[in-house]
Design a protein around this ligand. Structure first.
Ligand code: KMH
Ligand code: ZN
Length: 304
């Protein structure tokens, strides 16, 4: 029996830049508005990064988070999920500051160090809106997205044990699932585990049905019945792999952090809610149901 499906919406992230889409939310007003419309469209979880409102550059500064967090919390009961990934070019301390200040119900936790290649995006554009954008993308050729075992333990201990925050465990490859299994065995991770399979990031596993099947089989083998999973695929693969995840009994993540368009080879998505509505429609057309924020809290044992 398939349960209800949790839709996570990742609003802005740190991959895409203002030149790529005028619809990418960067100001506190834009992030607030798009978060609330995404929640109304059916997103139970809102995964949040901040941006410098002047330049659109990824930011982990408290004042940038505080421009939208209280307003979203006040107007919606959606689960707030704050990124601890920030951007691959931020130091861990900087990445963690917003989550340590806000102590949210949920945070992302990236389960391994890796190359995080968004440099190919730099070749697709030439008329840059801001001078930071092109060098930021190109720098990822030489930057390691650092998530060492010590970093992971630090996050599990400070946010998890300290504040009761639970996690969206980002697994970009099969090895990351083994790391989840290790900390489950050590008792630092407690079920129900919420794994986000991330497919299609250059440096991680590719976005294909075969890869998703392999990730799910690996998690089944290593984690047994202790986990639930969600599927996020980058770029044009977003909708079809999210749909496949839903068919396999998983949850889904959409949003402009992961893909700027309305679908493969299509126009720019006008906002985050558009993608939430689209995946919701697909889910409901298949005879499945989406979860409310309260149902997501219960399924994932969030502190509420
Ligand atoms: N940017 C995504 C591929 C995080 O924020 O910690 C994964 C992510 C990581 O959302
Ligand atoms: Zn993120």
């Amino acid at each position: 029996m398939t349960g209800k499906i949790i839709i996570t919406c990742a609003l802005t992230g740190s991959i895409h830049t203002p030149t790529m889409s005028p619809h990418l939310p960067v100001t506190p007003d834009d992030i607030t508005t798009q978060a609330l419309t995404a929640a109304s469209a059916g997103a139970a979880i809102l995964h949040l990064h901040a941006r410098d409102p002047e330049t659109g550059m990824p930011s982990a500064r408290a004042e940038h988070f505080m421009g939208f967090l209280p307003r979203i919390k006040q107007a919606s009961d959606a689960v707030i999920n704050i990124s601890t990934g920030g951007s691959s070019q931020m130091a861990l301390e900087e990445r963690l500051a917003p989550a340590l200040a806000a102590q949210p119900e949920m945070c992302s936790l990236n389960m391994g160090s890796m190359n995080f290649g968004i440099f190919p995006l730099a070749d697709r554009y030439d008329d840059w809106k801001h001078p930071w954008e092109e060098p930021f993308l190109r720098a990822t050729k030489d930057v390691v997205f650092k998530n060492t075992f010590s970093d992971i333990e630090h996050i599990l201990t400070t946010l998890g044990k300290g504040y009761g925050t639970r996690f969206e465990f980002e697994c970009y490859d099969a090895g990351h699932i083994q790391t989840v299994a290790y900390y489950l065995k050590q008792g630092l991770i407690k079920p129900p585990i919420f794994i986000q399979f991330v497919l299609g990031i250059l440096g991680g596993i590719d976005a294909s049905p075969e890869s998703l099947t392999f990730l799910k089989a690996t998690a089944d083998r290593l984690l047994g019945d202790t986990f639930r999973f969600s599927v996020l695929a980058a770029g044009r693969h977003q909708m079809r792999l999210a749909t496949m995840g839903a068919v396999m009994g998983g949850h889904v993540r959409v949003g402009l952090e992961d893909n700027l368009t309305t679908g493969a080879g299509r126009a720019l998505a006008p906002d985050n809610a558009h993608q939430v509505s689209r995946i919701r429609r697909i889910i409901e057309e298949m005879g499945l149901e989406i979860a409310t924020p309260q149902e997501a809290r219960e399924m994932l044992a969030l502190k509420g």
